[in-house]
Design a binder for this molecule. Structure first.
Ligand SMILES: Cc1cc2nc3c(=O)[nH]c(=O)nc-3n(C[C@H](O)[C@H](O)[C@H](O)COP(=O)(O)O)c2cc1C
Length: 194
């Protein structure tokens, strides 16, 4: 597999950053997260769009080797624990579902998703790789960081430096790492194109 193989084959030209972003599971366990690039990724998330500019995204950032990183790994499910433990940083993505005045933030999760996607693209542009996860124990993660009732853990992002597929500990993981990247066609996802 070459980096070129991971680039999306598109039906129309798109930005190189979007086409090149992909979600690996093999991260280099020997390399620390480059601090300036991590900050840039978080800064990019900060500048995502949100409903009425409410910015309901919150992030728990944990570098490998810290108790917080271990706590996040403990609350990942199944095979996610196996590979995500090597990521230089893990980020818990939290949505503020209610404002300080008790008003429900209807688009909190949507906005958090935009921020997470923006973070991933900035990270990719800066030579890092990101893999988002929904496979975690939501109650366990919530309790581990003593979050408030209105704070919902939506996803976890692994961020780090790419390693080769053979660094993965499991044959299934290695196969997935090099499997062709696929998408539904534009025709399938555009319901109306008047
Ligand atoms: C919300 C969300 C949850 C995901 N959960 C997991 C997960 O628990 N484990 C995993 O290995 N990948 C997970 N993924 C990664 C997707 O499987 C991956 O993004 C998808 O297959 C497309 O591949 P690509 O990102 O390389 O284009 C998740 C992605 C998102 C956005």
């Amino acid at each position: 597999m070459t980096p070129q193989d991971r680039i999306a084959v598109t039906s129309a030209p798109i930005s190189e950053v979007i086409a090149g972003r992909w979600s690996p599971r093999s991260f280099d366990v020997t390399v620390e997260v480059p601090e300036a690039k991590l900050t840039s990724a978080l800064e990019a998330a900060r500048w995502a769009a949100s409903a009425a500019n409410t910015q309901p995204w919150r992030f728990i950032v944990a570098r490998r080797g810290t108790p917080e990183h271990a706590k996040i790994v403990d609350n990942l499910l199944g095979f996610n624990q196996l590979w995500a433990v090597t990521a230089a940083a893990l980020i818990v993505n939290v949505a503020e579902t209610v404002t300080e005045d008790g008003v429900e933030q209807r688009w909190a999760e949507y906005d958090l998703g935009q921020a997470s996607a923006t973070l991933a693209l900035q990270a990719h542009k800066d030579g890092l790789h990101v893999h988002q996860m929904g496979g975690f124990d939501p109650e366990g993660m919530h309790a581990a960081f003593t979050l408030a009732d209105h704070q919902r853990v939506v996803s976890v992002t692994a961020l780090g430096i790419l390693a080769t597929p053979d660094a993965l500990p499991d044959e299934k993981l290695r196969a997935r790492e090099i499997a062709p990247r696929e998408r539904k066609s534009l025709n399938e996802i555009v319901l109306v194109n008047a």
